[in-house]
Structures are given as C-alpha cells and as structure tokens.
Design a protein around this ligand. Structure first.
Ligand code: COA
Length: 505
C-alpha cells in the first residue's frame, strides 16, 4: 500500500486500443514537511460579527404579565432583555446581516471566501439550505454569481451544529483544501417557546458570523483534542410543522451537564495523550483552561455547567477536602446505583440534597474565584439578548473577548475551553488559544453600540407578534442598512414558498 505522505506519479507508457499500461511509481520524498505544515498550521477564528434584532421584551414587563417574581428572571435565570425578531425577519435575514457585517469590516470580497456554512435550528425550508438564501442576499450587494465558486451547507443538530461546522471548516483549512480561501460559518437562530411555558422566559434571537482562516488573528483552535458525544434523546425537539419545541426542561438541563462532562472527559484524555496539557499531582485540567465559554440557553445555565464540571474534576483531588470544609457538609451520593439520567431524576431525595450541595458549592470561594476569573465575562451578552440556540456559545465567546478587554485583562496566549451542547443530543468540547493580534480586533468591540437602538415592546405588542397577526410589511422597527424579508410565496403556484428579500438602505 502507498503511504499517504508519498507522491504518486502516474505515467502512461504505452497506449493503444488494446493496451493501456499505466505504471505507478511512488517516491519516498520528505513529505513530512507537508505533514508538519498540516498539523502545525494554526487555523481557527479570525474575526466575528453579530446581528441582534431591533425588538426586545423587558423582563419586568414579562414578569408582571406572567405573575412571576422579576428576581427569578434576573437572578434565577439571568435575563433582562429578550431579543425578538420583527414581522419581516427570519433566521436567513439575521445570518445575512451578520455575514455582511463580517465581510465589510474585514474588506472581504466573495473571492476570498471558499465556503459559507450556516448552522441553525430555525430553518425555513425542508430542502433548500439556509445558506443558499444567504448567498442570494449577499449577491444583491456583491453582484450576481459572486459567490458561485463557494460551497457550503446548512447544518442541523439543535444548538451544537455550529461547533461541528467550525470544526469541519477548520479541518478543511488544515487539510489545505481551501486554496488560500477562508470559510464563513454563520450561526443563527430564533428561540421561541410556548406562551406560558417555563421556556418562554428563555427566548431570544440573533446571529453570529465567524471567519475561519489559517493563522487566525483571534483564536487558533487546538488540533487533535476536539471531542464529541452523541446519544438518541428526546430532551428538546421540534417535530415538522411545529413552531415551538417540545421540551423536558429539567431533563434537558441534566442531560446538557452530563453530555458536556462526558465530552470533557474525552477531551482531557486527548489533551494529555497528545501532550497539549501535562498534569502534575493534585492538579486539575480545569487549572489549564484559562477561560470558559459554554452553551448558554440562559445565563444561569453557564454558571451551573461550570459548577458541575468543577465538582466532577475536583472531587478526587486534595483540594476537595478544603471545599467540603468551607461548605460544611458532605457531597451526597445517589441512592440508586444505576446512574442513568432517569434513575437520578427519579431519586428525589438525592436530587434535593444535590441541589443544596450545588448551591452551597457555588457560594464557596473556590468556585467564585474560578467563576470570576474564567467565566463571568462570557455571560454578559446573554443577559441582554437571551437564548440564541446555535449562536449562544459564540455570542458568549464574543462577550468574553469584549468584557475581558474592558477589564484590562491581557488574555493573549490564554487557552479558552468551549463546551457546546445540542439537544437530541450531542456535546462537543474543544479549545483554542488567544492569538497575539487579538487586541486589534477586540478593541473595536462594543456590544451595545453594535446592537444599536432597540424598541421595547409592550406585552400587547409581543402577543400580536407571537400570534403572527401582523403582515410582513407591518414591522415594529424601521429597517436600515439590513436585509429584510419582503414576500413569501409568488403570484403563481410554481412559486409557492418563494421567499424574497431586499437590502434596505
Ligand atoms: N428569586 C430568585 N431566584 C429564583 C426565584 C426568585 N423569586 N424563584 C426561583 N428562582 C431560581 C430557582 O431557585 C432556580 O435557581 P437554580 O437554577 O440555581 O436552582 C432558577 O430560578 C430556575 O427556577 P426553576 O423553578 O428551577 O426552573 P423553571 O421552572 O423556571 O425552569 C428551565 C427553568 C430552564 C427548566 C426552563 O426555563 C426551560 O424548560 N427552558 C427551556 C429548556 C432549556 O433551556 N434547557 C437547557 C438545556 S439545553
């Protein structure tokens, strides 16, 4: 067998009607030069741009209308403003707006882009990929067929698919299949839950477009450590034709924690095996991750995910005795030894004791030190936007960059650990290192300014919007310098389902 590193020469020696002799020669050349380049070529996130719709619901208005203590929303969930899409917006508009912003701020031409992937669970067609709509919109600005050369697909796996898209595109670059072109991965979603449900206060909408390149200015992804976990589950799903998901909230919370922890275990094993991280006695791998950003269906979930991970990593280390001493009581163990999610949830006594322990752990100086230093910055954006499904972790990453910069923390060389989760269910854990040139990009970030003016909807207006009682052209906000949806369905039967978009100056 030929080795992958060998160049294969095909030589045609003789050709006639009867004979075709092809001699295959291979040469043992030092192609580990290529191999080294592949492995060591830094690739990852070069820049990112966001789009957040111009309408929001204030938590106090929402709490009053639903008879909920606003403190629960502010502190128990971690939401102050929920972003909502207008009548003339969908996931494709948001993706295109984020993408256009990314192209403009980096002076990119469509020729610079070899792939355009869109990850979403707010798809608008069962067959036609969402990135084709985005290409159509971008070509209104850059010219007909300007993206013709670029490939790409729509990716779906609840909130985790954007991470798979970034992983695949980074490997496309590492494999040098990219012909010096960059990839754009856009994560875009509308989190919409049933009225009156426990999910309703975790709504939100928005998109993040990420430029994936070699020698990235922001974050080089660590090779060979990305780890995934997958299992057929029904924690959160949205059958065809249904606008809102069916959710088993508590189950999805626990599943998220368990799946991310399992992916993290696998990441840890790979990080140690590849020599990325060397652990000494008494150390935890969490000591070597300088900043965390995780999937954020709501802010509080990020805090809980960190607590779960630290408990898992620390409970066998000497430091755990000091943690227990500060808490004042022991960590409970399940009565049921089966250890399944169902048996754990059914073990009410354990669940109650575990909740108490978790809350006490989150009050300790040990937890708070890690939380303040490594996670708090990534949670700020979630507070004023809400759940973005696929985009939530990447908005968290963006939040982390901006807030750390504003705190005057120099994070060059810091390792960021990502915990991505998608219901249904799959988790992906990976990491990357902040690059030397990151400040050039981060210094210009200003979330409030980039979101721009937003209209605070009354609960009546929200209700009307929810019921789809207004037409496309009856938007609440006035669109400016952005793509909007102007028509669904053409005048003839063969154009049923056509969506028309335009760019508003
Ligand atoms: N003041 C302050 N905090 C309060 C409060 C009050 N008056 N009342 C309740 N809280 C706290 C609770 O103690 C709890 O805190 P904890 O998480 O630290 O335990 C928090 O608010 C949430 O309240 P709780 O009653 O436990 O949950 P809920 O019924 O509001 O449901 C979800 C929360 C997340 C399960 C629900 O919003 C949901 O189903 N969301 C959609 C699915 C989802 O996002 N899943 C996540 C994984 S992908």
């Amino acid at each position: 067998m030929f080795e992958i590193n060998n160049i294969i020469f095909l030589k045609i020696y003789q050709f006639s009607i009867e004979f075709l002799i092809i001699r295959v020669e291979y040469q043992q050349v030092p192609l580990n030069v290529y191999h080294e380049k592949n492995c060591n070529m830094p690739a990852g996130i070069d820049d990112l741009a966001i789009y957040v719709p111009k309408l929001y619901l204030d938590y106090k208005d929402f709490a009053q209308a639903r008879g909920i203590d606003p403190q629960k929303l502010e502190h128990g969930i971690g939401i102050k403003k929920m972003a909502l899409v207008d009548t003339n917006q969908d996931a494709a508009c948001m993706a295109s707006n984020a993408c256009l912003e990314l192209m403009k701020k980096n002076n990119l031409h469509p020729d610079d882009i070899g792939r355009l992937y869109v990850a979403t669970e707010s798809s608008i067609d069962e067959s036609k990929a969402l990135n084709s709509f985005v290409v159509g919109m971008l070509e209104q600005v850059y010219g007909d067929s300007s993206f013709e050369h670029a490939g790409g697909i729509e990716c779906k796996f609840a909130c985790v698919s954007g991470s798979y898209a970034i992983y695949d595109n980074t490997n496309w670059i590492r494999a040098e299949e990219n012909n010096d072109k960059a990839a754009i991965v856009v994560v875009t979603d509308i989190a919409k839950y049933d009225v009156g449900s426990a999910g309703e206060y975790t709504q939100g909408a928005g998109a993040v477009a990420l430029l994936i390149k070699e020698e990235p200015r922001l974050l080089a992804l660590d090779p060979k450590v990305t780890s995934t976990i997958i299992k057929n589950e029904y924690d959160f799903y949205r059958p065809f034709g249904k606008e809102t998901p069916l959710v088993n909230g508590l189950y999805s919370n626990l599943l998220y924690l368990i799946q991310v922890r399992k992916a993290f275990d696998s990441y840890k094993e790979k990080a140690m095996r590849t020599g990325l991280i060397h652990l000494k006695d008494g150390e935890s791998i969490t000591d070597y991750i300088d900043l965390f950003t995780v999937h954020l269906p709501y802010r509080r979930m990020g805090e809980k995910a960190l607590a779960y991970l630290l408990r898992h990593e620390w409970r066998t280390l000497p430091r755990w005795q000091h943690v227990i001493k500060e808490i004042g009581f022991d960590e409970p163990v399940p009565n049921d030894s089966r250890g399944t999610i169902e048996s754990t949830l059914a073990d009410k006594e354990f669940m109650k004791a575990d909740e108490q322990f978790r809350k006490a752990f989150m009050q300790t100086s040990f937890y708070n030190e890690v939380y303040e230093q490594k996670m708090a910055s990534s949670l700020e954006a979630s507070n004023i936007i809400g759940n973005l499904y696929t985009a939530s972790m990447y908005m968290g990453f963006r939040s982390l960059l901006e807030c750390e910069f504003k705190k005057h923390h120099d994070i060059e060389g810091c390792r960021v650990g990502f915990g991505s989760y998608g219901s249904g269910s799959s988790a992906m854990v990976f990491s990357g290192v902040i690059q030397q040139s990151y400040k050039e990009i981060v210094k210009n970030m200003n979330l409030e300014e980039e979101i721009g003016f937003r209209k605070r909807l009354s609960m009546d207006e929200y209700q009307i919007l929810r019921e789809n009682e207004r037409n496309l052209n009856e938007s609440y906000a006035r669109a400016k310098n952005e793509f909007i949806l102007v028509k669904i369905g053409g005048s003839t039967a063969d154009k049923a389902g056509f969506r028309e978009y335009c760019y508003c100056n």
